[in-house]
Write a protein that binds this ligand. Sequence first.
Ligand code: ZN
Length: 319
Amino acid sequence: MASGRTFLTIDLGGTKLALGVVDEDAVVLRRAVSPTVTADAAGCLADLMARVGEMLATGPEVAAIGIGTASMVDFSAGRIVESTNLPLRDVPLRDLVQERFGLPAVVDNDATVACLGEHRFGVGRGAGEMLMLTLGTGIGGGIICNGRPYRGFSGAAAELGHMIIDVHGPRCSGTCPASGCLESFCSGHAIGAAAVAEARAKPDSALGRALAGGEAVDGPLLTRLAHGGDGDALALYARIGTLLGVGIANLVNIFNPELVVVGGSVAAAGDALLEPARRQVVRQALRPQRDEVRIEPAHLGEDAGLVGAAALCLVELPS
Ligand SMILES: [Zn+2]
């Protein structure tokens, strides 16, 4: 049975729209997943509103609506400022949802939402100072400072993936004007490209044979090979994990966190990625913070977005 309040939670991604009803203990009571409508803003919003209406009409009563979206969000205004993979720009999503359904609503960037979820319900429970890197197609970030999300002056903070770790590195993606960002080396997209380059350079390797055989050479394949003990795959993850460690060492020096959580689809690589990162932090970060920090994989799995949006409601809409 649900305890306390329940929330309608939304994970609005570039390819997938997930809706759920989640209780205060992070139990997902209902869920519905559909492809995101990305043709234009009107279609995307109309589809979202229709699905929320459906779930409200048929589901248990909810106290509020929590939304995580793959967008830059002005948190205090509840407004989507910009999106890379969604057709949403300058959309006052919080107010639109509140007016339409007569319920309190809260909207934030999906990486911050994932961070709040891990902090409240996952590996970060009880941590006062925590950072999270979400390694998916790109890299998202979240900062918990003194037990609370840190959002910066206008809600745009925690773009940890755009920390520059090599000024001579490749151009970053999307609207980022920089080169050599952490995202350019350690995102799912970057890892897939590195795996293809490795496959081309070593046609006799397992990666090379997969490429020649028409298999998809990407992060998931690299992870399967690494977990099976393939030396080339492990060496590639060691290189990528070392660069991830450079980024984390910077964060450790700046924030002195007790915990850095690594989540997102790339985190499935586990210790093949995280052990080289931990070693690099020990080599590069300062004392005492390098000795104190723990670097751990995220605990919340597929429902991280839905559960995180419930944590967002609990943090921002106290009863
Ligand atoms: Zn960048």
